[in-house]
Design a protein around this ligand. Structure first.
Ligand code: KG4
Ligand code: ZN
Length: 355
């Protein structure tokens, strides 16, 4: 106990700020211990447009940032003056939205006289698992599934060595969830709604295509994904029903679509572990909150003798804790901080963990 308390008291307090999309996130982390994860979302302001409107997101971040920061400090029972380092999402994401977080982080770093780390949002989705399951095994295969990205990564060290094994050739998994939800008349963002609707549906009702999974594709694209054909197949199927004047069985279509997505994601992720000789799979990003993805990954990893790590759902979707977790890992490694002229980079590649 003494050691645990000692580590907790001694480890630097890292503040994480996330503003890459529609969530204003503030996280406070000491070592691997999560002290606060405070999120303000503008998602309801975007819902009627069926997608995130960048200008609305930027303005919402401006309004939410300071109150969220204050709430985060109160939740963690710390003062801003206690913060030892500031980490912020520098990319990828919406430029205007990123700028709000980056500007705030620079001001805090300068005002508090503490180092600044501009970090990669995608690496942060991986690093957040430290807060739940402790230090990462090295290496791990990471399946990163969010609204804007879907890739398989070989992560030797999340603070400095992240290598792509494959990625989606078209839509991201989350994007496919959101588009299919729209087709089915479900609200934005569609992922959680499809997840809930599918719980009452039959996943074998329609056999939708599994992208890039035939023998020839598996040879050429073992770790790549494609979801646009699946999305089109669902649209055709729904249109066929509507033309025939028949009702669309929303729960069954949602379950069948979801099954097609998670079947391919889990099959390719487990295969990548085998190919790379890696015995741990980590799943991160908003789609990792999906209940069927978590369940099928659990089954397939158990069958393949692979250890599965998935953070709890609230840590999978965008938040500040994940940025603080990566910042904390960078501080622990003694990584060089970012410069104060740090720029937001909307297309920051996953290989750039810190800017
Ligand atoms: O990582 P994230 O919060 O933001 C980005 O970095 O994009 O991911 C958002 C995506 C959205 O497409 C949303 O529909 C999806 O994650 N998502 C889900 C679930 N919860 C969020 N998709 C499927 N099932 C869920 N339960
Ligand atoms: Zn994300």
């Amino acid at each position: 106990m003494v050691t645990v308390a000692g580590v907790l008291a001694d480890a630097p307090l890292v503040l994480g700020i996330e503003t890459s999309c529609d969530e204003t996130g503030v996280g406070l982390v000491r070592g691997d211990v999560l002290l606060a994860d405070t999120v303000a979302s503008s998602v309801e302001e975007h819902a009627r447009f069926g997608g995130v409107v960048p200008e609305i997101a930027s303005r919402a971040h401006l309004e939410a940032l300071l109150p969220t920061l204050e709430r985060g400090c109160a939740d963690a029972h710390v003062r801003l003056a206690d913060v030892d380092a500031v980490a912020v999402t520098a990319g990828p994401g919406l430029t205007g939205a990123l700028l709000v977080g980056v500007a705030a982080a620079k001001a805090l770093s300068l005002g508090l006289g503490v180092p600044l780390y501009g970090v990669n949002h995608l690496a942060a989705h991986i690093a957040v698992d430290r807060l739940e399951h402790g230090a990462l095994a090295q290496p791990v295969v990471a399946l990163l599934v969010s609204g804007g990205h879907t890739s398989l990564l070989l992560v030797a060290d999340v603070t400095q060595d992240v290598r792509p094994l494959g990625a989606t050739l078209d839509d991201a998994a989350g994007e496919a969830f959101d588009k299919v939800a729209r087709l089915l008349g479900l609200p934005f963002p569609g992922g959680p709604h499809i997840d809930r609707a599918a719980a009452a549906g039959n996943p074998s009702y329609v056999t939708f295509p599994r992208g890039l999974s035939g023998p020839h594709d598996l040879q050429r694209h073992p770790a790549d994904f494609s979801f646009s054909g699946l999305k089109t197949a669902v649209a055709r199927w729904v249109e066929g029903r509507q033309r025939a004047g028949e009702p669309v069985p929303v729960a069954d279509v949602a379950a069948s679509f979801q099954e097609a997505v998670v079947d391919v994601l889990t099959a390719k992720a487990v295969r990548a572990c085998r190919e790379e000789g890696v015995d741990t799979l980590l799943i991160g990003g908003g789609v990792a909150a999906n209940s069927r993805l978590r369940e099928l990954a659990r089954q397939r990893c158990a069958a393949a003798g692979v250890t599965l790590r998935v953070p709890r759902p609230v840590l999978c979707t965008d938040n500040g804790a994940m940025v603080a977790a990566l910042g904390s890992a960078l501080v622990a490694r003694g990584a060089a901080p970012s410069l104060l002229d740090l720029a937001a980079d909307s297309t920051l590649p996953v290989t750039s963990v810190v800017v």
